[in-house]
Design a protein around this ligand. Structure first.
Ligand code: 3PG
Length: 402
């Protein structure tokens, strides 16, 4: 795909697709990471004298205008971060958008209203893609975290404009390729989460790619139960035992070592600071549930981590939102950070929960790379082709007349 290095954008109108889908609570942005990570592309385009027409989806308004889901406050936050005015158009297409674009000067930034206020966005309606494209001369996609959606502003628009990857998109793809396509070996993955059923494709792909697969979270309970281990009241999927055994069998054929907990922290209920016990994985009492992996497991995982050159992390090891079930995730994350800092490990993390867990462990800035993506990171780990990326690499070469 082409990058900003291939784009002479002086005086050009650039339609920039970002992912401004930031977490918001009571009208306030609670985490600006996605905005911060978009800044280098915006600044580069501004510096080169482009007219930057920024567009994005926000939340899930389902094709209707929902005032609480307006991008306007996000534009204000972005303007504060950039220390530059960001104009706003009340519609991403039509007369409002056209008029706002007409009044732009080189180096100006305009934010268009939520693309999902139009039903055509999620339907990938070519009418909407064409209308968006008609506002600009070129398209820059910097929304890796929305690239698993084949929508009008991510995939459709590339059919109508010469298309380029922004700096964040480039960084995400480079990091992900370095992690699984051409990794320094041995490569390991920590995959947590509650259900095998939601991560089945991911696990199946991982056993083909990594040398060591560490399974954590409630998902590990299902693997344990599938081997006849009594898991008490723990969350687990009884209908996935055969699948779990199948994954373990296939992993063996692929020479992928699966690591499961050897000891666990249990409690009678999931809440902050309940009475806990640390027990061998074969001694979980009937009335208790597994809520974290134990110290022996942490020691074992850290021993394996020391052997790895590359680590992909998705999903916490325990119920880290509740104390003390964040302990194992914190300790393993801190070990991964230490090895990364020492230049011994390349650590790549992504997915909503993972980012919160690593922030909680205080090491979010110490990983080699933290993806801004949630769902797109998962689909990439599943080995799926992401429509936004496919469009950038193939369709972008031939554009249709507007
Ligand atoms: C995300 O937050 O993962 C992306 O912005 C995509 O959002 P969506 O799941 O609503 O499509």
């Amino acid at each position: 795909f082409k990058t900003l290095d291939d784009l002479d954008c002086k005086g050009k109108k650039v339609l920039l697709r970002g992912d401004l889908n930031v977490p918001m609570h009571d009208g306030r942005i609670t985490d600006t990471t996605r905005l911060d990570r978009l800044v280098p592309t915006i600044k580069e385009l501004v510096k080169k004298g482009a007219k930057v027409i920024l567009c994005s989806h926000f939340a899930r308004p389902k094709g209707k205008v929902v005032p609480e889901m307006s991008l306007k406050p996000v534009g204000e936050a972005l303007s504060n971060i950039l220390k530059q005015p960001v104009a706003f158009a009340d519609n991403c297409v039509g007369p409002d958008a056209q008029k706002a674009v007409t009044s732009m000067k080189d180096g100006d930034i305009l934010l268009l209203e939520n693309t999902r206020f139009h039903a055509g966005e999620e339907k990938n309606d070519p009418t909407l893609s064409r209308e968006l494209a008609s506002l600009a001369d070129v398209y820059v996609d910097d929304a890796f975290s929305a690239s698993h959606r084949a929508h009008a502003s991510t995939e459709g628009v590339t059919k109508f404009l010469p298309s380029f990857a922004g700096r964040l998109m480039e960084a995400e793809l480079n990091a992900l390729n370095a992690a699984l396509e051409h990794p320094d070996r041995p490569v390991g993955a920590i995959i947590g989460g509650s259900k095998i059923s939601t991560k089945l494709d991911l696990l199946s792909n991982m056993i083909n790619k990594v040398d060591v697969l560490i399974i954590g979270g409630a998902m590990a309970n299902t693997f344990l139960a599938a081997q006849g281990v009594k898991t008490g009241k723990s969350l687990q999927e009884a209908d996935m035992h055969e699948t779990a055994r199948d994954i373990m069998e296939k992993a063996k054929e692929q020479n992928c070592k699966i690591l499961l907990p050897v000891d666990v922290v249990v409690a009678a209920e999931l809440k902050n600071n309940p009475a806990t016990q640390t027990v061998d994985v074969h001694a979980v009492p009937d009335n208790q549930m597994i809520l974290d992996v134990g110290p022996k497991t942490v020691k074992l995982l850290n021993k394996y981590l020391a052997e790895l050159k590359t680590l992909v992390w998705n999903g916490p090891l325990g119920a880290f939102e509740f104390t003390p079930f964040d302990k194992a995730t914190n300790e393993v994350a801190q070990e991964a950070a230490k090895l990364t800092k020492a230049g011994k490990l390349k650590s790549i993390a992504g997915g909503g929960d993972t980012v919160s867990a690593l922030k909680h462990a205080g090491v979010i800035n110490e990983m080699s790379y933290v993806s801004t993506a949630g769902g797109a990171f998962l689909e990439w780990l599943e080995g799926k082709a992401l429509p936004g990326i496919v469009a950038l690499t193939t369709l972008a070469q031939e554009t249709m007349p507007l």
